[in-house]
Design a protein around this ligand. Structure first.
Ligand code: ZN
Length: 190
């Protein structure tokens, strides 16, 4: 029996699976539970705070989130209440190194099934609420670039500026998406 988790391959924009509406799950089988554990391992390996199944090429309504207080595995998650608003920077493992400001609800309540197939209702705010909204969007084919304030969009680099902080390079949405499209077509032809 294999007990070790696998790291899954993350698909990048413009993979068509990222734009599909993902299918709901009838029952949390042991296979689904194992897949969720692999998603968590993959999220940690890439230093993410959340991951949605379409990001590993699986068009099912599953997300995992960990904003620092342990992993949450959620099946068929639905936001049933939103309150307030917050503006903050977001990135996405499917659009590496691209960051920009997105306005989200400050607090959300989410209804879902957990890894044991039990109904759960969870509420949270701040980064937790932001991660939930970002990951649940993925299940409907929505990316943070659909909501981003284009004036704040930038690449994060590993080059240090005078102040020792990493240099950020402003970009337009069009240029950024073109770059990902070009990378994908180069990968295909090589
Ligand atoms: Zn994302």
């Amino acid at each position: 029996m294999e007990t070790q988790s696998r790291i899954l391959r993350i698909v990048h924009y413009p993979a068509p699976v990222l734009r599909k509406k993902a299918a709901p799950i009838d029952r949390v089988t042991p296979e689904i539970a194992r897949f969720m554990d692999e998603m968590v391992e993959t999220m940690y390996a890439d230093n993410g705070v959340g991951l949605a199944a379409p990001q590993v090429g699986i068009s099912l309504r599953i997300i995992v989130v960990d904003v620092g207080d342990g992993p949450l595995h959620l099946v068929n998650p639905v936001i049933i209440a939103r309150e307030g608003s917050q503006t903050g920077v977001e990135g996405c493992l499917s659009l590496p190194n691209l960051h920009g400001d997105v306005v989200r609800a400050m607090k959300v309540t989410v209804r879902a099934l957990n890894i044991h197939g039990k109904k759960v209702t969870l509420s949270g705010e701040g980064l937790w609420a932001r991660a939930m909204q970002h990951e649940i969007d993925h299940l409907d084919g929505i990316l943070f670039t659909d909501h981003v304030d284009p004036a704040t969009l930038h690449w994060v680099t590993t080059e240090e500026g005078h102040d020792g902080d990493y240099i950020e390079r402003p970009t337009t949405l069009e240029d950024a998406l073109h770059l990902f499209e070009r990378e994908a077509s180069l990968m295909k032809s090589s």
